[in-house]
Write a protein that binds this ligand. Structure first.
Ligand SMILES: [Zn+2]
Ligand SMILES: [Zn+2]
Length: 234
């Protein structure tokens, strides 16, 4: 999408899709303060965790990484019956609002196009998290169920921080942190319309992409990362 078309889409999106009463600080607060509070409340439920029960934490983080990969690769980039809203919001809006040539947001209200809407978050954690809690509590233990859920929310918060950082202006301190700066290039390449249905579906750590052969660094990224070592990055 050319710059002028992208600017037109951004204006149109702001007028039609961002509700007049949209409050970006509230959205940030719901996501990060709400998420952290949920984690604290879940960890509060733990009682005398056995050494083996902790193993659910790496397992849940790995599961979350693959869920991020497959969720992004399929329903977010291909229309599936019943999941049309997710496809429209991601492929139809997020990718048109942010192109590989124009990744940063311009104003705080644009966060509406970056962070997951509270309704979708509630749907995901309510629809998948609650049944998962009951299954794990029934099959293993309450501790394992709480730890798995808390790990899922932690991973989700990590995902939101990283994704937000990829869409910050390039000179922002968070966008310049070594690991984020490298991962940002992968996500920017994913925002290229020619690459978005093919590569870089992990938004946080590219484990799924590595496992399934869809990890790709653009020539521009390779050149930029080689030209400016992290320690001297602008
Ligand atoms: Zn993005
Ligand atoms: Zn995408």
């Amino acid at each position: 999408m050319k710059q002028a078309a992208n600017a037109r889409f951004r204006d149109e999106y702001r007028q039609k899709e961002i509700p007049r009463r949209y409050c970006a600080p509230c959205h940030l607060l719901f996501t990060f303060a709400g998420g952290l509070l949920a984690i604290v409340l879940m960890l509060w439920q733990l009682q005398q965790v056995q050494p083996l029960e902790w193993l659910v934490v790496p397992a849940a983080l790995l599961y979350a990484n693959l869920a991020e990969y497959f969720g992004h690769r399929f329903p977010m980039h291909r229309p599936f019956p019943g999941l049309g809203l997710i496809y429209k919001r991601h492929a139809g809006q997020h990718h048109r609002f942010f192109t590989h040539q124009h990744m940063p947001f311009d104003q705080l209200r644009d966060l509406c196009a970056v962070l997951f809407p509270p309704l979708l978050v509630t749907f995901f954690f309510g629809g998948f998290g609650v049944p998962l809690w009951f299954v794990l509590a029934w099959l293993v233990s309450d501790n394992v169920a709480w730890l798995a859920l808390a790990s899922g929310v932690l991973y989700y918060l990590n995902y939101e921080v990283f994704h937000l950082a990829y869409h910050l202006p390039e000179r922002h301190w968070l966008a310049r942190v070594g690991l984020i700066r490298r991962l940002r290039w992968l996500h920017a390449h994913h925002h290229d319309p020619a690459a978005m249905t093919r590569v870089n579906f992990n938004i946080s750590y590219p484990l799924g992409d590595w496992l399934f052969g869809t990890l790709e660094r653009s020539p521009a990224a390779t050149a930029a990362l080689a030209a400016v070592p992290e320690s001297r990055a602008p």
